[in-house]
Write a protein that binds this ligand. Sequence first.
Ligand code: NAP
Length: 353
Amino acid sequence: MLEYNISSPVMVTGATGYVAGWLVKRLLEEGFTVHAAVRDPHNSKKLSHLNELAERSPGQIKYFKADLLSTGSYAAAMQGCEVVFHTASPFNLSADNPQKDLIEPAQLGTRNVLEEANRTESVKRVVVTSSCAAIYGDNADLKDARGDRFTEADWNNSSSLTHQPYSYSKTLAEQAAWDIANAQNRWSLIVINPSLVLGPSLNPAATSASLSLIRQFGDGTMKSGTVDLGMGAVDVRDVAEAHMAAGFEPSVQGRYIVSGHDTSFPEFASILRDRFGETYPIPKTTVPKWLAWLIGPFLAKNTTRKYVSRNLGLPFRADNSKSIQELSIKYRPLETSLSEMFQQMIDQGVFAK
Ligand code: NAP
């Protein structure tokens, strides 16, 4: 572990989020005092799961009001912290105004948090939750990768404000993080680059696009078929473990692809069909690429013909060996993450008519 004083608090931005929930749980279990930076510390609906976790754990949680877009907003929460986890960033694949809804909170927010780390003498390490979206933009980019799979050496240089804007926001944010970190030497920056995060949510009110995507496999949206989209996937609890190692292991450095499986939408459908297909309209077929190209733009807001051409029918492959060797991640099976996530949605009545 990092030369670390257990009595000093650790800070988590975006503590209300789907990914952050499991990280906060692990920190509380280890006995840390968590400074949870949230937009609305009085929103009991968004915080009750965190309060319940804290009641059952040796650690404590304290809330601080903070917004990514407001300069100086993280000062109070960061006071006295040695480790800062910056997870907050909008994860929304259908933003109306990508500049305002995605780029600004991601990029300015990262600058705000990391510039606050420069002003806060106690900070020794900052862990930023980036994404595989900062490694690659489209599956077609694989042909330009250095090897036969994406590695931490690859950067997304195909996304823009008008093409894959969420991926663009994550790329700009991570670049801002490295620029700030490389201009100083008091604290170290570790970046976690997860692929699509799956698995149960601790926050029943979470709005992550991970949840809305998997919901569509069971609510009838895809009953005429799924598109053939290759992607990486990882369990939310494995992502939390990766953040713990990134926060406290002294030897870790750089970026880490955290992705358990090279998979695809048709594989998601097949796993879910085996377990839930008798009761729920899980897709049975795959929409041909030519048909997706023809009608996709009329059906889904962000499905352009360029997106279809550069992604459907093309595989995703990523090298997760650095995370296994240096963060000691033992990836859960995809079947476990997907089934537990879907079962939780059933139990919560998400598919009830
Ligand atoms: P999420 O549940 O939507 O969490 C996003 C968090 O960001 C929420 O806590 C939200 O706070 C906060 N946030 C958004 N805008 C903010 C603002 N202007 N000021 C302060 N906080 C703001 O999504 P998630 O899936 O857990 O994502 C968490 C992180 O993981 C993000 O950085 C995302 O890019 C990254 N990631 C996610 C995935 C995935 O598949 N889920 C994959 C790779 C990387 P409120 O509760 O107040 O809205």
